[in-house]
Design a protein around this ligand. Sequence first.
Ligand SMILES: [Zn+2]
Length: 226
Amino acid sequence: MDIRYLGHSAFQFKVGERSILVDPFVKQNDKYDWHAENITDIFVTHGHADHVGDTIEIAREKGSTVSAVVELADYFAREGLTTNRVNFGSWLNYPWGRAIFVPAFHSNSLPDGGHAGQAAGIIFDIEGVRIYHAGDTALTSEMKLIKELYHPTIAMLPIGGHYTMDIGHAAVAAEWLGARTVIPMHYNTFPEIKADLETFYKLVNMNNTGCLILNPDEIPNQQQMQ
Ligand SMILES: [Zn+2]
């Protein structure tokens, strides 16, 4: 599997011929050409614009299936997209692996202002690697449960503060999750979410967790995970 950071909270997982996008707010990244990718699945953690991003345009072109909590999935269905309406509670099977939605501690609304259900994080289980994409969340004791139940290998954590955890709380989250590697996200996109990456890196390393800072401008093969 290749993991590619696309900026903000957007990631692409490439598994064989398939590409899976999470929170594809990607148009601001001119190094990423989604037209060239075989995007079979898009996961959206919640309905805010910086996470829905370019989902509708991409899914329309690629015929991707959009997996989201039911209220948000129904919004995408009204836009004509193919959806997988999900909720918290069990693993969901896909041709490339499986995923489970978990609660995030964050507000939520649809792009049109409607009710979007609860904001989520998502744990992916792909080729034996467990990836926890936290979505937007505050620090929550749920993360201790995530460690106990799912043993994430990689944790993608928001660190920008203001709307989510800041670097201090994200470092605590890294410890609670017990992941081998932490990838910071949701920082420096807007003035109010500026984060001190160097300090975060040091804080995480003090807990014997690796911190992998990914540059959205890099080509994907340099970010290959085992
Ligand atoms: Zn956000």
